[in-house]
Design a protein around this ligand. Sequence first.
Ligand code: DLL
Length: 401
Amino acid sequence: MPFYRKRFDEMGLNPTHIKTLADVTLLPFTEKQDLRNHYPYGLLAVPKDNIVRLHASSGTTGKAVVMGYTARDLENWSEMAARSLAAAGVTRSDIVHVAYGYGLFTGGLGAQGGAEYMGATVVPASGGASKRQAHLIRDFGATVLCCTPTYALHLWEAGMEVGINFRDLPLRIGVFGAEPWSEEMRRDMEDKMDINAMNIYGLSEIMGPGVAMECVGSKCGMHVWEDHFLPEIIDPATGEQMPDGETGELVLTTLTKEGVPLIRYRTRDLTSIDVTPCVCGRTHTRIARLRGRTDDMLIIRGVNVFPQQIESLLMESEGLTPNYQIIVDRANNMDTLEVRVEVSDTLFADEIRKLQLLETRLQKNIKEFLGISTKVRLMEPHSIARSEGKAKRIVDNRALD
Ligand code: DLL
């Protein structure tokens, strides 16, 4: 591919320099900006005729990133997505309701490819029309739900509004990913829906859902399919590799991708690698639940904060829901942080004084654990906008200054 050839030439790097796996550190990183700079087809490593599908991610800022897949790429992806579903406990007897968005986003078609590959029955629902979806989940007897964790909660709410309680249905597994969520949120969802809520990871640039997946045996980190991807953790500031177990930025090299193979792609996702044996028996290394993205990190008066840390603290309190939003602003040159979180219907019916005490307690907890002062505002149930895909957790008004 001309892009890498040029880069290697500039660095004076040739194949004889790469002798062992450790030499991967001699290779340059690839960044999202590289993909943007070569929009749309500049990074294809095969003739365009061999590309059978395109996906794209718009991201929150900037130009879209376009990825091309060969027939073999799609075959591998389906196989890995099927493997991922199997790790979550899905079998060919399951009815898999896919409520990830279909289209250029990889979620819908990726989950569908995996479920079909293993021979399960797919309901390609996509996002939207949530009450109708709740009916479909009940009527078709879905046993597996694939969507973002926030959309799953929205579907659950929509179900409750029309008298359908997921707890009473055969639903048994959730395959949730595409956005950060916490262990506390998992517990909440498992409790509300009586399911195993499983974490799936992926990104458009590398493949889509199924780059890594938790196993139902341990629910302790996501197995990276290392026969297709080489994971590394680097210090995001220096680019140096970090030892196993330490948290840093995940870097992935594709080993089998044909359409757009990527070398040392900087995902911006923060996690750590765990090479200890897993109780499930799989030998693939695991990455920990993602801590956030380097570009999602808020720096509030010098303190680094990730939305998920706040989520974990909120979810420890009885009566709060996982519907929250963080509003960042600036007043008199000082960053301010407001955390809005919806309370449950029962808590909302409680005395005002109780709610005020809870606000104060949450503010104190956040101050104690994260070292930042916040204003916590308890909100009426259903007052924060729901999303059909990835939730928008941060509203940063500072840019408007
Ligand atoms: O979100 C692919 C996907 C679809 C993954 C369905 C899982 C399920 P993108 O839209 O390109 O692709 O976004 C990728 O989403 O770099 C992470 O920051 C975030 N992300 C994905 N999975 C998880 C997860 C799809 N399980 C970006 N936990 C990634 C936390 C996740 N963040």
